[in-house]
Design a protein around this ligand. Structure first.
Ligand code: 5GP
Ligand code: ZN
Length: 113
């Protein structure tokens, strides 16, 4: 999709620090990390957010979560990690391409916000 930052990353038009890739999914390090490990997992097909997940296939959606699991193992996040997907303005979603944040390497705040 034109003018989508993460589609530009997928197209290689904007450089990114790749962590993982398969048929459905690409993952890369967040440019502004909020934790020692902060990785973004995105479907290769443009989907705006979970609110538009009906436009993604079961295989694409499942691949995102399976990638989260693989990446957490590779990154040795054996002490745990948080997975976040901001959806829409109230959640302060800033990039309108579905993504799952993997945050780990430190103790997270107990509150979700
Ligand atoms: P959101 O706020 O939509 O949940 O998360 C968007 C994330 O994308 C933010 O954590 C932000 O730091 C990250 N981000 C924004 N622009 C870039 C970029 O050009 N490269 C990378 N690697 N991450 C980005
Ligand atoms: Zn996109």
């Amino acid at each position: 999709m034109e003018n989508c930052l993460f589609c530009k990353i997928l197209a290689g038009e904007i450089p990114s620090s790749k962590v993982y890739e398969d048929e459905y999914v690409y993952a890369f390090r967040d440019i502004n990390p909020q934790a020692p490990t902060h990785i973004l997992v995105i479907p290769k097909k443009h989907v705006g957010s979970i609110a538009e997940a009906d436009q993604a296939s079961d295989a694409e959606l499942a691949a995102c979560l399976r990638a989260v699991r693989k990446i957490a193992l590779d990154e040795k996040l054996e002490n745990g990690y948080r997975v976040v997907s901001n959806c829409g303005p109230d959640a302060c979603q800033s990039v309108p391409h579905l993504h799952f944040h993997i945050l780990g390497g430190r103790k997270m705040a107990e509150e979700m916000a």
